[in-house]
Write a protein that binds this ligand. Structure first.
Ligand code: ADP
Ligand code: MG
Length: 228
């Protein structure tokens, strides 16, 4: 479903000596739920950005549902990203000037889905994230956990094949984080979406079907041997 081969990445500012990702290859199966762990600075966010088409590797190839992401140019890359990928961030990244409802339907607007259909799906998603009465409030009127629920709805509403979450519970207390995680894993499973979650939490990693460990830009082949 998602495959990456021999990815290399260096931040231009960091110079040639500082390689952030080194020869990273991975494959995710359709509907699989996978955790990506590794210490701070090991390259997890960088890898997620490459897999999500937000950045291009210096070398290597990425395929999503048979299409080579790394061969696409704009605007085709943006179109593919909008159709097939959902992102969830640690800082929620909701748009503060848009209401909850407007934030959630944003991916549908970008895909020019008719308004009636947008409202139908919105109603479903407001219920799915247990916020049926909060459609018209703004993000700053919500708690962190509620904001992350909105962000989950926004990431899933266009039924992307791939959901990428970068430390989605990193800004939440343990109990709220657990609830958010249950919601994310359950919804992604129901919708048969492939889920890749970056995390520092053992609880999150244990929810996943498989764990990938990144260490200084290198994906470990025997992750079970490593303490992380
Ligand atoms: P992680 O998400 O695992 O904490 P990152 O992917 O954010 O790691 O970062 C990996 C490495 O790349 C770190 O050494 C970090 O300092 C460096 N890095 C991250 N973003 C940038 C950037 N914009 N410019 C230069 N170096 C960066
Ligand atoms: Mg990170």
């Amino acid at each position: 479903m998602l495959s990456a081969y021999h990815l290399h990445y260096t931040y231009p500012e960091a110079g040639q000596l500082h390689s952030v990702l080194h020869d990273v290859s991975l494959e995710l199966k359709h509907g699989e739920q996978v955790a990506l762990v590794g210490s701070s600075g090991s390259g997890k966010s960088t890898l997620l950005n490459l897999l999500g088409g937000l950045d291009q590797p210096a070398a290597g190839q990425i395929f999503l549902n048979g299409q080579e992401l790394t061969a696409l140019k704009e605007p085709a890359l943006t179109v593919l990203r909008r159709q097939q990928i959902g992102f969830i961030y640690q800082q929620f990244n909701l748009i503060p000037t848009l209401t909850v409802a407007e934030n959630i339907v944003l991916p549908l607007s970008l895909l020019s889905i008719p308004a009636a259909q947008q409202q139908e799906r919105l109603a479903f998603w407001l219920n799915a994230i247990h916020l049926p009465t909060r459609a018209r409030v703004f993000p700053d009127q919500l708690s962190g956990g509620e904001q992350q629920r909105v962000a989950i709805a926004r990431a899933l509403i266009h039924q992307p094949a791939l959901v990428l979450a970068d430390e989605p519970t990193g800004n939440l207390d343990a109990k709220t984080g657990q609830l958010i995680l249950d919601l994310l894993f359950n919804l992604a499973k129901q919708l048969q979406q492939t889920l890749l979650v970056v995390t520092h939490s053992k609880t999150v990693a244990e929810r996943a079907e498989r764990i990938l460990v990144l260490q200084e830009g290198v994906l470990q082949t025997h992750p079970n041997d490593l303490a992380w």
